[in-house]
Write a protein that binds this ligand. Structure first.
Ligand code: GDP
Ligand code: CA
Length: 311
């Protein structure tokens, strides 16, 4: 069994490849909830929804987030009434957040997520990283901002000075994540090409998480979200520069440090392979289509298996 750590759009691409490559029982996907927030009285879990919609085959192929064939009547009516419209919630997407919010009054986020996945026909378990609230707070040149204020409302424009994960100390890994980390058949942990600072860091901030990963004693393989010094999408490169990290796949590997057994970098970064402590796999890692996702997923699984045999 392979445990995957994923954020949203970048995470969903590799997670969907792994879901296609592996049989039920061979994959558990743990998802960042540091981006979750309360908005219009709703509990919104952007990364869980992105992973869920992608694996269900109903994600919007153009944006990577939200649902395909979306309509926007709710947003239009909301605006007419003077409601806040900076966070886009399509009509289909809205149903997820409304029902989740309703069910959360008596069920955990893990339970609600499992039920949604069952209804959507997803065969691989998707688990939130935690059932307790963890909220990413961005310290910027405009002061402290809630994550969605920074990411969506201010479109990542503020210069970032630091990040903290409010609630992390009091949270714990969800039952599904905890069980996967301790599972006797756990063979590898794969860190998706998600934003390390915004999507993976909240998971690593959970108490006991790093220790549990170490105790699992399996290869930990990450795929770089940075290709040729640039993020494929989003603020990863801008953020790394603002936090004075080398803006390259080397900076990502250094940030993960000795957590990593293996690191997967793009063919265009082949010259940097020698600069990393982890074992490196060099291969095309830009996923433009389902075939790219499946091919990379299979290569990552084989690489992890090889590291497991040699370790
Ligand atoms: P978010 O939560 O929606 O922001 O998504 P993630 O944190 O999961 O992923 C964002 C990261 O995915 C960005 O840093 C991108 O550079 C990276 N990314 C997106 N598409 C690809 C891809 O096709 N290949 C690789 N290697 N990285 C990607
Ligand atoms: Ca996210």
């Amino acid at each position: 069994m392979i445990l995957v750590l994923a954020g949203g759009v970048g995470g969903a691409k590799l997670a969907s490849g792994l879901a296609a490559a592996l049989a039920p029982g061979e994959l558990v996907i743990a998802v960042n909830t540091g981006d979750d927030f309360e908005h219009l009285g709703l509990h919104i879990s952007p990364d869980l929804d992105t992973i869920m919609y992608t694996l269900a085959g109903i994600a919007n192929p153009d944006t990577g987030w939200g649902q395909a064939d979306e309509t926007w009547n709710f947003m239009a009516s909301l605006g007419k009434l003077g409601g806040e419209t900076w966070f886009n919630l399509g009509d289909r997407d809205l149903a997820t957040s409304v029902l989740r919010s309703h069910l959360l009054s008596r069920q955990s986020l893990s339970t609600v997520t499992a039920e949604f996945c069952r209804r959507l026909g997803i065969v691989h378990p998707i688990v939130p990283m935690s059932d307790q609230p963890v909220r990413t707070i961005v310290d910027s040149d405009e002061g402290e901002l809630n994550f969605q204020d920074y990411f969506v409302r201010r479109r990542c424009r503020p210069k970032v000075r630091g990040l903290r994960f409010e609630g992390a100390e009091a949270a714990r890994p969800s039952p599904g994540l905890e069980a996967a980390l301790a599972a006797p058949d756990l063979a590898a942990i794969v860190i998706c090409p998600s934003n390390p600072l915004l999507s993976v860091a909240p998971m690593l901030a959970l108490p006991g998480m790093r220790e549990a990963i170490g105790a699992a004693d399996v290869p930990v393989v990450a795929v770089s979200p940075i290709i040729a010094g640039q993020a494929v999408k989003g603020p990863a490169a801008k953020l790394m520069g603002e936090l004075r990290m080398p803006v390259s796949c080397v900076g990502v590997a250094e940030w993960y440090g000795d957590l990593l057994t293996g690191f997967v970098i793009d063919a265009s970064d082949a010259a940097l392979a020698g600069e990393m402590d982890a074992k490196v796999l060099v291969t095309p890692i830009l996923m433009r289509c389902d075939a790219d996702r499946l091919r990379l997923a299979c290569e990552v699984v084989d690489f992890a298996a090889l590291l497991g045999r040699n370790g």
